[in-house]
Design a protein around this ligand. Structure first.
Ligand code: H2U
Ligand code: ZN
Length: 356
């Protein structure tokens, strides 16, 4: 048992070894009275094609571009990119500016794309067939393979639900590729490496083997993958999807692993939808060994990336109903994140929604 007696009763802090940060857990607070909102939000019925949707096949986007009549997945360059691949008329010596230890800036190159998961406006990943989810995984892999040859980081993610600021219910995700490694990836890179140098074994595979023995925080698993509520989860129903065998990059997923990944995604995202009887909002994204990598090394594992394990983080904002979300405010903005229900309790609640 890695949990002591106190951890289900008294305030304690847990360590996130990926980020190298602590979270405050306050299990004794779950009985406090709640005077806020709890009503169920009714999910409006959606049509399979919406003439006003900028992602549906054949429709016109804000840029004036017309979507093709796509029948599976569709990827296009974001019409409002946060990063640009070409920055003209600039002397390379001016791309890093360090006036002092206080004022620093550096230019970053990149590209942003939007991925439609399905031509159907009314679907979500868990409502799609496993073969259709497998096509999305193939596209994630192909996009990573293309962009990792040019960029240090390729972030594949999905923002789902208007509560997460998602602009359109049509099932879609995004990709942002950048010439620099963003903060959270830098932290993971550093922490995974330090652990590997000390233990000669990847942190996340060691972590999962303990979770598999303990079982308490495991939601579901199949031959290749497992989903846990991580020991250090910050969001009430946060989860981590991990391979049970070494995979360092999303580009290394085999066809068999892709099919079992599609199956576990459908299974566990279904639990999420059942939790508050709503199409469950979240931000999710893949983390894996960064680039840039030459094409011939994309599908190989090498000693330089042995500390990495491919994984997906799911961060859902909801706390106690389809409308009541956790706010990261006050102490959390000023000190560190805090949660009331323990990760063990959250895992148990989600597991109870598995078909009997
Ligand atoms: P969200 O689902 O997180 O709102 O992102 C949708 C993206 O789609 C957003 O980044 C882009 C926005 O810039 N977009 C287009 O590229 N073309 C459009 O016609 C509208 C929105
Ligand atoms: Zn649509």
């Amino acid at each position: 048992m890695i949990l002591s007696e106190y951890s289900s009763k008294y305030p304690h802090r847990r360590y996130d070894p990926l980020r190298g940060e602590w979270v405050l857990v306050s299990p004794h607070r779950t009985e406090r009275p709640w005077l806020g909102n709890t009503e169920k939000k009714s999910d409006s019925k959606r049509l399979s094609y919406d003439p006003g949707c900028y992602l549906c096949p054949g429709n016109v986007r804000a840029s004036g571009a017309v979507n093709p009549s796509y029948t599976t997945t569709f990827v296009f360059q974001n019409d409002f990119q946060a990063l640009l691949s070409e920055i003209p008329d600039l002397d390379p010596s001016e791309t890093v500016t360090q006036h002092s230890d206080i004022f620093q800036s550096t230019l970053v190159r990149g590209e942003c794309r939007v991925i439609c998961f399905s031509p159907r406006h009314d679907l979500t990943l868990p409502k799609m067939e496993e073969t259709e989810i497998a096509s999305v995984i193939d596209l994630w892999k192909a996009q990573a393979a293309e962009l990792l040859q040019k960029y240090r980081w390729v972030q594949i993610f999905e923002n789902k639900g208007d509560i997460m600021g998602c602009s359109n219910p049509h099932p879609h995700g995004q990709i942002w590729a950048s010439s620099s490694l963003p903060n959270i990836l830098s932290a993971e890179e550093k922490n995974l490496k330090v652990y590997y140098e000390k233990h000669a074994s990847p942190l996340l595979l060691d972590y999962l083997s303990v979770e598999e023995k303990e079982e308490e925080r495991i939601l579901v698993k199949n031959e290749d993958w497992a989903v846990v509520v991580p020991f250090w989860a910050v969001w009430p129903y946060e989860t981590l999807l991990l391979p049970r065998v070494p995979i360092q990059r999303i580009t290394q997923i085999t066809d068999r692993q892709r099919d079992s990944l599609a199956a576990i995604l459908k299974q566990f995202l279904g639990l999420y939808d059942r939790l508050f009887d709503t199409s469950f909002p979240y931000s999710m994204g893949w983390h894996y060994a960064p680039g840039p990598v030459p094409e011939n090394e994309l599908t190989a594992s090498s000693p330089e990336i042995a500390h990495w394990t491919l994984h997906a983080h799911f961060y859902p904002p909801l706390l106690r109903s389809a409308t009541v979300k956790k706010h990261m405010v006050g102490y959390e903005m000023l000190c560190e994140p805090q949660r009331d229900i323990t990760p063990e309790k959250a895992a148990k609640t989600l597991r109870e929604l598995l078909p009997k």
